[in-house]
Ligand binder design. Structure first.
Ligand code: GRF
Length: 200
């Protein structure tokens, strides 16, 4: 079957990356991970990816100073060298430049720990608690130029408990993220393959 070459961008521990790589082991999964790339050389997820047999790379943003586009041009070059056809952002903690977003428009997805369109940006769990929400969740969406603003592919929800803190909520939500992301990425790949069967 047709499998899209998947590049995963991370900045930290990489637990969502692991869930995607694990899911892609299935014979009928429409993506195959070809590269895990981090902007931080110390990201724990790099070691996890290597243990799973996925090639890793680092493009350290610090080497580019304030030139964000130059950093992303370097990332883009690595992704293209590997033949990447779809990008999954998995805890990639930098806002991408319009140049990069446009270049990968319709081929890049992200997981965000809120029920988008609620709470784009940071501190989502604390904001949900402060607002007195009764439920929290996560969303996988297409990446567009607005931060966490692209069309949502899928969401998962959990009920907020009276004793939840932001940390506890994040911890309880994480397994939902790990279930949601592989399924939503499958849908994203199917959309790309339906739209553009000549991809591979
Ligand atoms: C996750 O909560 C994800 O939703 C957010 O950043 C966190 C990354 O965690 N974008 P991990 O690196 O995948 O473990």
């Amino acid at each position: 079957m047709t499998k899209l070459a998947l590049g995963i961008l991370i900045s930290g521990r990489g637990s969502n990356m692991v869930s995607l790589v694990d899911a892609a082991l299935a014979a009928d999964y429409p993506a195959r991970p070809v590269l895990v790339l981090s902007n931080r050389p110390t990201a724990a997820g790099l070691i996890r990816a290597q243990a799973l047999g996925v090639e890793t790379d680092v493009v350290d943003h610090k080497a580019f100073g304030t030139d964000r586009e130059a950093h992303e041009r370097a990332i883009d070059a690595r992704l293209r060298e590997k033949g990447v056809e779809i990008i999954a952002l998995a805890g990639y903690m930098r806002v991408l430049t319009p140049w990069f977003v446009r270049r990968w428009q319709g081929r890049m997805v992200n997981i965000h720990p809120s029920l988008l369109p609620k709470y784009p940006g940071l501190n989502t769990h604390a904001r949900a608690l402060a607002a007195g929400d009764t439920e929290a969740g996560c969303s996988v969406h297409w990446v567009t130029e607005g931060v966490d603003a692209g069309e949502v592919i899928a969401r998962a929800r959990i009920t907020i408990c009276p004793d939840d803190t932001a940390e506890r909520l994040a911890e309880r939500l994480l397994p939902e993220e790990h279930r949601l992301y592989p399924e939503a990425l499958r849908q994203a790949c199917d959309q790309i393959l339906t739209r553009d069967p000549s991809t591979v």
